[in-house]
Write a protein that binds this ligand. Structure first.
Ligand code: GLU
Length: 415
């Protein structure tokens, strides 16, 4: 039976990688276990005067390569196992782009769409108070993720600084630029994915200026991906969707109009000049590039056979199950795996940390250039490894990234 538990999927992926790298069982055991987990209960005074208690987590998966790094999600379906899986993926992601960081993730079980701004601020500050001893610019540095924003990062940074009794801008990344954020962080996840798509198109022989693109998810990653496909390559974005449904337009969707529509009605459905489709149908459309940019587990054994895209660029974390991976590989689909494709976000977060440590902000052009260099080199290292061992792009990414984590654990004498 195909598992929908992301942490079970992480363990399956580690087993596959352990076989290829012939890892010792003690090494595999360490790779399959989060190093530290914190569960917290956060009381929040609601606008109506009552107190609601929210459950939260922070998981530091592995710090063999350095300070742990990873976002905080505010999601109604958050579970400890989703956070574990996402924390593991952060570990491989930082190793993939070879930044000197370990992996972590945080989550709060909540539906931010139903909270007022004041409630959201009190929840964000409450989360930081609860996990304060776990965090620090030289320990564990969170960032935005699903349903968390630069404003939330600003409140969290402020709360941490108030408790620490000194400005601690480096405790969190993805901050607004005027309070220590990095230029280029806003669209970094999508832009990093664009550099991978650009390189993949060269290898496969796709002319991106004539290519069609479908984007699944229209949050920060999805919107910027759709916009950048048009701006950087001149590609035609023929379908986009969000949690409420999707739209298509074969002549090309105006990605900013879709954004405006979503901002005013909470969905892209209704974007002028488009017709309605389901999110499921979008995944099976006959396009050159499919970009899953929402959540985990959307391409499964059930629909992978129907995917027609030549490139699947995974901007979401964990959108494809291992069974679906095998199907896509057999069909010859070029999958750019999540912790490679979406590593642009954490790469620029790392740049933000460096700028905060040095108190020296970089220009946007510098950020883009350094991001391009990191992503392009990581992408080609994965392609080369997949050819060398005749394995899927995902297995190759695991071999490269997990290999680096294993090296660090061995050098430090853990395993
Ligand atoms: N939440 C993003 C991710 O999953 C960024 C993490 C970060 O910048 O630390 O990669």
């Amino acid at each position: 039976m195909e598992s929908s538990n992301p942490f079970e999927i992480v363990k399956q992926q580690i087993d596959r990688c352990a076989e290829i790298l012939q890892l010792d069982p003690s090494v595999t055991a360490m790779l399959k276990s989060p190093q530290r987990e914190l569960h917290v209960s956060i009381p929040v005074r609601m606008d109506d005067g009552t107190v609601r208690v929210f459950q939260g987590f922070r998981i530091q998966y592995n710090d063999a390569r350095g300070i742990t790094k990873g976002g905080i999600r505010f999601h109604p379906q958050e579970t400890i196992d989703t956070v574990r899986a996402l924390a593991a993926w952060m570990t491989w992601k930082c190793a993939m782009v070879d930044v000197p960081l370990g992996g972590a993730k945080g989550g709060v079980v909540c539906n931010p769409k139903t909270l007022s701004a004041g409630e959201l601020e009190r929840l964000s500050r409450g989360y930081v108070r609860s996990v304060f001893p776990f965090l620090g610019p030289d320990k564990d540095v969170p960032a935005p993720d699903v349903y968390t924003t630069p404003q939330i990062m600003a409140w969290m940074m402020d709360e941490y600084s108030v408790i620490a009794q000194k400005p601690q801008f480096g405790v969190i990344t993805g901050k607004p630029v005027s309070i220590g954020g990095s230029l280029g962080r806003g669209d970094a996840t999508a832009r990093g994915g664009m550099f991978c798509i650009r390189e993949a198109a060269k290898i496969i022989g796709i002319d991106l200026s004539k290519a069609t693109v479908a984007v699944h998810g229209y949050g920060n990653a999805g919107y910027h991906a759709a916009r950048l496909c048009r701006e950087m390559f001149g590609s035609r974005v023929v379908a986009v969707c969000d949690s409420k449904g999707g739209v298509r337009c074969d002549a090309g969707i105006d990605t900013d109009a879709a954004r405006k529509c979503k901002a005013s009605t909470d969905t892209v459905c209704g974007t002028p000049g488009t017709e309605r489709i389901s999110a499921e149908a979008l995944l099976e459309m006959d396009v050159d590039v499919l970009i899953p940019a929402a959540i985990e587990g959307v391409i499964t054994a059930k629909n992978a056979g129907a995917v027609k895209a030549r490139i699947v660029a995974e901007l979401a974390n964990g959108p494809t199950t291992p069974e679906a991976d095998d199907i896509l590989f057999k069909k010859g689909v070029h999958v750019i795996p999540d912790f490679l494709c979406n590593a642009g976000g954490v790469t620029v977060s790392y740049f933000e940390m460096v700028q905060n440590f040095y108190l020296y902000p970089w220009s946007e052009a510098d950020v883009h250039e350094r991001l391009d260099a990191k992503m392009t080199s990581a992408y080609h290292s994965v392609v080369n490894t997949s050819r060398e061992y005749n394995i899927t792009m995902r297995q190759a990414a695991y071999v490269k990234a997990v290999g680096r984590v294993v090296d660090a654990m061995k050098l430090r004498g853990w395993v």
